[in-house]
Design a protein around this ligand. Structure first.
Ligand code: HSE
Length: 409
């Protein structure tokens, strides 16, 4: 099978390398050789093995009937969306690693794929090399997915791990993440939870069969997490993790959220450190499944892309559509109605008086302690209740100023 790669950056280069360097594996496993015929890029790659394959015009790919599958590793919504749609309309399979594209435009691309008997695949769009998309679409398809929760962003997990294990501040840890090339120069998408939000939407769309958009889910990042919060978490055996999480609710709606959580220190997910990702999925027949691996990086992500390309070769003559239904209004429940216990840290003029008042107002709380805490600092964990009810009680407290609120998993 001849393929084209659109966008030869970090992941695209990995795709060309794997495909060029493993011809026997490609042939034996996919059932035919896989060859990168074109590389569409604005750069020339002069003096590299790619030079002779570089093209600048998408029409060359669209008009070449030999190209059966196109890899999109450009990133961003445009021109990636237009190019992918045109390829699908020509009956070419599209394989992408682009989570922004899938989260925003999957419905249209699924339609184009179905109408033209082509495949639209995106294993690499969620958690790099971890095989979560096909697992959810296919291997777990006999299950109603009751919930999933995952560390879906490697950069933030690296930063939190540094803060917790090495007592580094957020800014120090972010600087190291940038030096190591995990975080972008503008780290907003990672640290504000937007990247994890897109991945959560893709997984929720597969799990619950309806397109969930990033704008619909409450998203918080890790910028406000402090070493004080990490110390209070540790005092009760918790770790702080940024999770993307979704549950099917009894009323038929979906709860979906991205935010930091206190996670029990003896849970499997709390042991996932550094840039690693993990996703715990619960199905009604299978129970719990945990997937773990490298959620980013050139080779790990390229391995998922090339795996999809090989699947396109294998499934050539069969039904090959991934699919979820169109968006449903009001399917996502208001996050303030989710039931959680909350960790709350803040300051009071008179801490001992304020604690009495806090206990009474919440009907009992667990007060936390940490070394070297200033006298006016109070931290506690509430009982489990609808978040709105807990926040309403908090807003009524006149002698306590909250500084940090983190949900307990
Ligand atoms: N920036 C992402 C992460 C990788 O740190 O997990 C690409 O999704």
């Amino acid at each position: 099978m001849k393929i084209a790669v659109m966008g030869c950056g970090i992941v695209g280069t990995g795709v060309v390398e794997i495909t060029d360097n493993k011809p026997d594996l490609m042939k034996n496993s996919a059932g035919e050789p896989i060859e990168v015929k074109y590389i569409l890029d604005i750069r020339d790659f002069t003096g590299t093995p790619y030079e002779s394959r570089v093209i600048k015009d998408i029409d060359i790919i669209l008009n070449d009937s030999e190209i059966e599958t196109v890899v999109e590793t450009m990133g961003g919504i445009e021109p990636a969306f237009t190019f992918c749609k045109k390829c699908l309309e020509k009956g070419k399979n599209v394989v992408t690693s682009n989570k922004a594209l899938v989260a925003a435009k999957a419905e249209e691309l699924f339609s184009a794929a179905r109408e033209n008997n082509a495949a639209f695949m995106f294993e690499a769009a969620v958690c790099g090399g971890i095989p979560v998309i096909r697992t959810m679409f296919s291997s777990l398809s006999a299950n109603n997915i009751t919930s999933f929760a995952g560390i879906l962003n490697g950069t933030t997990n690296f930063i939190l791990t540094k803060m917790i294990n090495e007592k580094m501040s957020f800014d120090q840890a972010l600087k190291i993440a940038q030096e190591k090339g995990y975080a972008e120069k503008d780290p907003t998408a990672d640290v504000e939870g937007l990247d994890a939000g897109r991945k959560t939407c893709i997984l929720a769309s597969i799990a619950y069969g309806t397109h969930v958009y990033p704008e619909e889910i409450h998203t918080e990042g890790i910028r406000k997490i402090t070493l004080e919060d990490a110390a209070y978490a540790a005092s009760k055996g918790y770790k702080i993790k940024l999770l993307g999480k979704a549950d099917k609710l009894k009323n038929g709606k979906i709860s979906a959220i991205v935010c930091p959580f206190f996670v029990e220190g003896n849970s499997l997910i709390s042991g996932v450190n550094g840039v690693y990702n993990a996703i715990s999925i619960t199905g009604d027949s299978i129970g719990d499944v945990l997937l773990y691996g490298q959620g980013a990086g050139r080779e790990a992500t390229a391995s998922a892309v090339v795996g999809d390309v090989m699947e396109c070769a294998r499934l050539k003559k069969n039904e090959k559509h991934y699919y979820w239904a169109e968006h449903q209004e009001d399917i996502i429940e208001d996050y303030e109605l989710y039931e959680n216990a909350l960790y709350i840290r803040g300051y009071a003029k008179n801490a001992s008086e304020s604690i009495i008042n806090i206990r009474e107002s919440f009907g009992g709380v667990e007060v936390l302690k940490r070394e070297d805490a200033p006298e006016n600092e109070i931290a506690f964990i509430t009982g489990k209740a609808k978040e709105k009810e807990l926040r309403d009680i908090l807003s009524e407290l006149t002698d306590f100023a909250p500084a940090s609120i983190i949900r307990i998993l």
